[in-house]
Design a protein around this ligand. Sequence first.
Ligand SMILES: Nc1ncnc2c1ncn2[C@@H]1O[C@H](COP(=O)(O)OP(=O)(O)OP(=O)(O)O)[C@@H](O)[C@H]1O
Ligand SMILES: [Mg+2]
Length: 449
Amino acid sequence: MSIHILLVEDEVDQRKIIQNILRSDNYQVTAVETAEQALEIIKEHPVDLIISDWQLPGMNGEMLLKEIIQLTPACGFILITAHSDASHAINLIRAGADDYLPKPFDKQALLFTVKKLIYTKSLENENQQLKQQSKHRSQLIDMIGRSTAMNRLFARIEKAAPTNATLLISGESGTGKELAARAIHQLSNRSNHIFLPVNCAAIPESLAEAELFGAEKGSFTGANKTRFGKFEAADNGTIFLDEIGELPLVLQSKLLRFLQEGTIIRVGSNQEIKLDVRVVAATNRNLLEEVEAGNFREDLYYRLNVIPVTIPPLRQRQEDVALLISHFLSYFCEQHHCDKKKLSGSALKMLLSYPWPGNVRQLRNSLERLVLLSFGEIITAEDIEELELTRKNNQRAFLLPEQGLQWEEHEKECLLQALSHCNNNRTQAAKLLGLGYKAFLYRLEKYKI
Ligand SMILES: Nc1ncnc2c1ncn2[C@@H]1O[C@H](COP(=O)(O)OP(=O)(O)OP(=O)(O)O)[C@@H](O)[C@H]1O
Ligand SMILES: [Mg+2]
């Protein structure tokens, strides 16, 4: 794309010469006689650079500069001045000119000044873009993670955020669903408006409709003034419907209506109110199972799940554990104004091998406690033991290996091991597996043990 230069020069010969020099170097040039004409042009289409004489009939070059700074601050501006005294030039730069050319100047000086300015402008532009990108990143950076799964998640969030699409975020408790919802809001063009979290499980069923959609004055006892609901409060912003699986069925249909029509009706009214609210929902249940059990509307499920976002549990992204540990360790040392603590080798090993059933929330809380409760600079294995991260209490009794398993072989192995554990005492072996005696015998038979 060629650079577009606007030249403002009242002397005809001078104008022609400069124009020709610039064109010979492949710039696109529009030449005018006065500052007033230049302003007309600028208002119609943007230019990259203005070269203006200082002395012009009517509005002079310096006054034009002031207007341009208001109109298009990113546009480059070079002033041609008859004075070669330095103080005048300094004043022009102070007034906001990018550069100046004292008369008389030759072709080389003109082209060099123009090139230099275009180069600095392009650097400024690039810098601006980088800043924008890192602003995006730093908002996502609140979400720590470098596992493949998290990178995929970040990419999906970045892609989905600027759209208005409804999102359903699923994941176990503590995996960061709310954090992801906030990131989506921050990266959307709604970020200057409200992000309103609503916990669907915390609203009593009888009040839920008024709470979400508002209520007209007198619509029920105690409603002595018109009440705005959460949806109205979130107009232009994002509403985060947490634990959406808990939303009563009656309200599910009202939510569906909003998602389809973009309108709500307050309790006790029949007037539709049009709203612009983006819905992001979250669940730690398997909503499809809820659909099958008849607890969740299937049509609503599909309407919500336009863009599915799934946050994997921490035990499935081992690479992130170390990163999160080191992040929260520095974070809480800083928060609690203590010198940076370190984990001993064995302490770190213990934390790394723990399956974190409470996910990031549990890891975060554990590190805060470690920072607060440990003595000295090194966090030791004993400190970790104090946390009582016992597997018995917290871990699931059994973790299905990621690659799955052969059920029948597994079952047979359990039977054999139970028997050998109990010296072939069948009654005890059955108990050990939590099976009734008959059920146990049936299985022995099945596997011909
Ligand atoms: N990837 C992450 N990086 C940094 N902090 C995280 C990350 N994921 C979660 N957290 C932190 O862990 C805590 C729990 O996160 P959040 O509340 O978003 O989880 P959740 O999935 O909504 O949990 P629940 O289902 O219990 O509501 C928060 O303090 C959050 O800041
Ligand atoms: Mg949550």
